[in-house]
Design a protein around this ligand. Structure first.
Ligand code: UDP
Length: 262
């Protein structure tokens, strides 16, 4: 959210946004768990035009050793946007924004992981944004908790996240790039639906108290939806695997006998 003024009409008189969505409509979200063989856990996510890949390594011995915590594991997230992920080439390597996003995602994940189970260890979470269209921190965090679960790392719960914002004075769910750039406010949140605990909340721009409450209400409902999609990704991964490892169907005795008789 840059607060830039523009002539673009973000929400029309019927309350429809430039990508055809209503105020409380989320972009389509698809998550696949366990997409990388070399990582301990992984996830691939597409959320509208966002495409995000996440790999988890660990728990493994933390290096350099002076970063080890003798009482618990540390969670180190590296959020990175690839240079071709946006229309204006992104300069490769870390910058202020990616360092900030890595920090807030690490902190949100640290809250749910049972880090005390793994003293002196590091849990490394790599988030690569292949294509960006606003909401990538939420997309990254959503993918990361699925990848952590895929890695078998004990956690209190999955962490669904979504951004709510304000465009043309309307509270809108799951901002797209134009709404993020030219809107009035951006409020990314992560919330555990089961407990209502908020693990991430940032605010760029301005909202009245009433608008903020509406935004939270939209965000809460959206996090519930995202949570179901996260669970579904894990169920699909592991139900397919268990089918694969099932014993092959025994051939019918009759068939066998017939063959033997021939
Ligand atoms: N963006 C960009 N170039 C950059 C950083 C961001 O074009 O160097 C775009 C990208 O589409 C991103 C959006 O701006 O998703 C909004 O960025 P923001 O910092 O609000 O984080 P996000 O909404 O992705 O969590």
């Amino acid at each position: 959210m840059s607060g830039m003024t523009t002539d673009i009409e973000l929400v029309n008189k019927d309350g429809i946004r430039i990508d055809g969505r209503t105020a409380e409509e989320m972009r389509p979200l698809r998550i696949e768990a366990g997409v990388l063989n070399n990582a301990d856990g992984s996830a691939y996510l597409e959320w509208g035009k966002n495409k995000v890949l996440c790999a988890v390594y660990g728990p493994r011995e933390c290096h350099p050793r002076h970063m080890q915590n003798p009482t618990k594991a540390i969670v180190q997230c590296k959020y990175n946007m690839l240079s071709f992920s946006v229309s204006d080439r992104k300069r490769p390597g870390p910058d202020r924004r990616s360092i900030e996003i890595s920090k807030i995602i690490s902190e949100a994940l640290e809250y749910v992981i049972f880090t005390e189970n793994y003293p002196r260890a590091s849990i490394d979470v790599y988030i690569e944004v292949l294509q960006a269209n606003a909401g990538t921190r939420c997309a990254g965090l959503t993918a990361a908790s699925v990848a952590l679960a895929d890695a078998g790392i004990p956690m209190k719960d999955l962490v669904p996240a979504v951004a709510i914002g304000k465009a043309d004075g309307h509270i809108v769910l799951d901002l797209n790039k134009e709404e993020d750039n030219f809107g009035n406010a951006d409020l990314p949140i992560a919330m555990i639906p089961r407990t209502g605990e908020v693990l991430l909340m940032q605010m760029d721009g301005h909202m009245t108290m009433e608008e903020f409450n509406t935004a939270l209400e939209y965000g809460k409902k959206a996090c519930e939806k995202v949570y179901e999609i996260q669970k579904d990704a894990l169920k699909r991964k592991y139900s397919i695997q268990s089918e694969d490892t099932e014993e092959p169907e025994p051939t019918a005795d009759e068939d066998h006998n017939e063959e033997g008789d021939e």
